[in-house]
Every structure is written in C-alpha cells, then in structure tokens.
Design a protein around this ligand. Structure first.
Ligand SMILES: Cc1ncc(COP(=O)(O)O)c(C=O)c1O
Length: 443
C-alpha cells in the first residue's frame, strides 16, 4: 500500500487549523462601523494616522496612502522626474504592476536578469544594462526578501541613478534593521487582498524627502500640494486617494503585523531547515543583511534532475494531495507579457508608448534572459497565509515534503507508467478530503 496521499495514503497534513485569508475579526467590524457613523468617509484622521504609523514601521519620514501598489510606484516614478525619454531598470521576475507603473510615466523599461539564488535582480548585471537614458533602477524585494541594497546604492551613486523600491511585498521587512522602502528615493507598497496586510485594494508610497512626498501627494490627489515643496511642474495628478474605510481596516491589520511577521519568520525557518536536508528543492537565499523578511511568498527552486526527472508539476500534485499547496509562480518572465510582445513601432491605431520605435529601447520581443527563463520553470512557492499556522502545522507541512521526497521512487514509477496524467483538481480534492487541510493553501 502506498504512503502517498495521491494514491492510497493518508495526507500528511491532518488536524491543521485553517487560516482563511484575508484575516479579520471584530476589530475590523468595529472600525468600519466607526467610520460609517462618523460621516467622515474621506480625507479624515484615519488615512493620516495610517500614513504616519506605516511610515514609522518602515523607518521612513513620509507616507502617502493611495489606492494600490501600482499607483504608489507610478507616483514615486513621477515624483523622481521619470518620464518620456527615460529608462528604468527593473527585474525580469516580477508582477506586471511593477512595469505598468513605469510605463504609465511614458518611460521605457530595461529588464535585467535575476540571481536565481535570491529571486531578485542580479546586481552584477546592472552596470552593463545602464544606457544614457537610464534614470532610475526599481529593485523588487520579491516575496519580502531584501535586495543587496548596499551594492545597488554604490552602483546608483556611481551612475547618478535614483533607486525606487518596489516594496509591494515588504511590510515589516528590514535590511540592516532598517525598513525596506526607506532606502531609495521613494517606494511603493501594496495592500491588495492577497497581501500580508490588506484592505482589499490599497497602497502607500514612502520617502524621506519632503519635496518627493509632496510630488507623490500631488500625483494621487489631483495636484493638491501638501507641503508646498513639490516642483510646480509636478503639481498635477489624478484621484487615487485612499478612503477612511480602507485606512481604518489597515490600522487594525497593521497592529497584527509584528505577531504575524514573527510567526511567518519562525515557520519559514523550519521550512528552510527541512529543505536543507532535501537536495531536490533549494530555498531562496536570504542575505545576512535581510534582518526581517515578510515572506509574502516563501520561494524555492525545484531541481528536476535531483528527482530523477520527475516533473515539478507531478511533485506539486503529490504535495497538494498531502495538503500543502506549492505554487509554481509566474509561468514566464514578465517581458513575455502581451504588452511587451506587440510591434508598437508599427501599430497604427493604438500608440500608447512614446518610446516605440526608438533604437535605444530594449528589444522586448527578442529578449531571452537565461536565468529568469530557467527560474520560472523551477520556482516553487508557499504563500504567506500558509505560514501562519502553529509549530505543529508547520511540522506537518515539512513532513509532507519529506514524505514525498522519500517516496519519490514510487511517484516516478507511477508517472513513467502513465498513471499520473497531470493536474487533476478533482483527484486532489478527494485526497484532501481525507484529512483536514489548510484552507489557505487551497485558495
Ligand atoms: C511585485 C509587485 N509589484 C507591484 C504590485 C502592484 O500592486 P497593486 O496590485 O496593489 O497595484 C504587486 C501586486 O500584486 C506586486 O506583487
């Protein structure tokens, strides 16, 4: 009889408390009612209090709350003077929101390959990527793992570039004990529903520079200046203001961050200890200076050769049957997104990008950065909500990985014999019903 839950065995994850996401309790209900009855649904005290509290958590002087991470990053770009004719360097492994923020300013993107060990942009390749049009670099602290900020800063200083941090996964995360998002000229965070703290959709931009904060405020509040410091040419913008309802929820969510971050850190550490014994999966490297990691996603790489050729998706199916969902991440580097695959230079009816046809712009359609291409095929991730269980739950999750590793021979034989045909959600569901599994893992 097989031990694997994919066949006859019992799932490794049993009796695990569920962690439905988003997390909320009476505290959110209370503050929502308080705002409802206050007749102050916008431009009130909650947004201001949230801006100050969140900026303080990340060690930044100014926070400007808005409707999303993409908006925060776009406003940060604009406040840094990024626009038509400029280029911003960013990582090829990121969400399209990073790119949209840059593109909306009229600037072009120059993608840099990643370091697969860290899942962040490869600092060693940045200098070769810089051109006379490069104005900024936007590192993405992917999953809440800090980039090597010291090395990045040295390159930025040498080439007079500004750093704009995509800190959309970095709530509570630190580098050298100082909050991510407070290192560059400005940064953006996301509070969209999947995030470690959320109000459904929301964002904040942080900076230590009053004129930049003012310009960001103008960008999200129809040009209204807060501090009277913004360059007059930047005193225009759209309406991307956060409401009092969102800020009220975020203040409650913020109060849970220290405890939640500590739990995720503990669980991530256990996962790392387990994976250090399993040659088939390598966790992302955490820099020694990444003093706090938010673990929006716990990232790792699957080495098919160590599994004697067992495909990653067959492993994922087996581990999901045990009750642990391990996500594949983005199927392709972000430069394969449709927006980068168009012939914009010859587009006659739609012409959104001023850089289209310019010879200095990276040829996105020809781009093939080897490390990120491979990384997308190897990536495995455990989402943040699955890292909120207690020690026992995490021990079971680790046991699930150990079990599948130990039973890999049987899994491989079954796959080679054609007994496993690929993702069969129904089959996985049936096996999950054998034991109580973490709801959050199955989202
Ligand atoms: C790395 C990264 N950057 C930017 C964003 C954009 O944030 P939002 O969805 O709040 O606009 C996200 C959000 O998912 C993200 O994961």
């Amino acid at each position: 009889m097989s031990l694997l839950a994919l066949f006859d065995g019992m799932p490794a994850l049993t009796d695990v408390p569920s962690h439905p996401w988003p997390h909320h309790d009476q505290a959110e209900r209370d503050v929502l009612l308080e705002v409802l009855e206050s007749s102050s649904w916008y431009n009130g005290t909650k947004v201001k209090e949230f801006e100050e509290s969140f900026a303080a958590m990340q060690d930044a002087k100014y926070g400007v709350a808005c409707t999303g991470g993409t908006v925060a990053l776009e406003a940060a770009c604009r406040a840094a003077g990024v626009g038509v004719g400029d280029e911003v360097i960013t990582s090829a492994y990121t969400f399209i929101g990073t790119c949209s923020a840059i593109l909306k300013t009229g600037a072009a993107i120059r993608f840099v390959d990643i370091d697969p060990e860290t899942n962040n942009l490869d600092i060693d390749q940045i200098e070769d990527t810089i051109t006379s049009h490069t104005k900024a670099v936007m590192p993405v602290h992917y999953g809440g793992l800090a980039c090597d900020i010291d090395r990045l800063q040295a390159i930025a200083d040498k080439h007079e570039l500004v750093i704009l941090e995509d800190a959309c996964h970095s709530w509570g995360a630190k580098y050298k004990d100082r909050g991510l998002g407070s290192w560059g000229l400005a940064s953006g965070f996301s509070f969209q529903q999947s995030k470690n703290m959320t109000c459904g959709d929301g964002g904040i931009a942080l900076t230590n520079n009053e004129a930049v904060a003012d310009a960001i405020g103008c960008a999200i509040n129809q040009g209204r200046s807060r501090y009277d410091k913004a360059d007059p040419r930047l005193r225009w913008g759209s309406n991307h203001r956060m409401t009092e309802f969102s800020a009220a929820i975020l203040l409650v969510q913020l109060s849970r961050m220290p405890e939640h971050t500590e739990i995720r850190e503990q669980n991530a550490a256990m996962l790392t200890r387990t994976l250090s014994q399993i040659p088939g999966i390598t966790p992302c490297t955490r820099l020694a200076d990444a003093t706090v990691v938010s673990w929006h996603v716990y990232g790792a790489r699957y080495h098919e050769d160590e599994w004697d050729g067992l495909p990653r998706d067959v492993f994922r199916m087996a581990i999901a049957s045990e009750g642990l969902r391990m996500e594949p991440g983005y199927p392709e580097p972000v430069y394969r997104h449709g927006v980068f695959q168009q012939d914009w230079a010859n587009s006659e009816d739609i012409r959104p990008f001023p850089w289209a046809g310019e010879d200095w712009v990276q040829d996105y359609r020809a781009l093939n950065l080897p490390k990120v291409e491979r990384y997308c095929k190897e990536r495995l991730g455990v989402r943040q909500a699955a890292l909120l269980g207690d020690e026992g739950a995490m021990a079971q999750a680790c046991g699930a990985i150990e079990k599948v590793w130990e039973q890999r021979g049987e899994l491989l034989d079954a796959w080679r014999a054609g007994k496993i045909e690929g993702w069969d959600e129904e089959q996985v569901k049936r096996h999950k019903e054998k034991g109580k599994t973490q709801e959050a893992l199955t989202r």
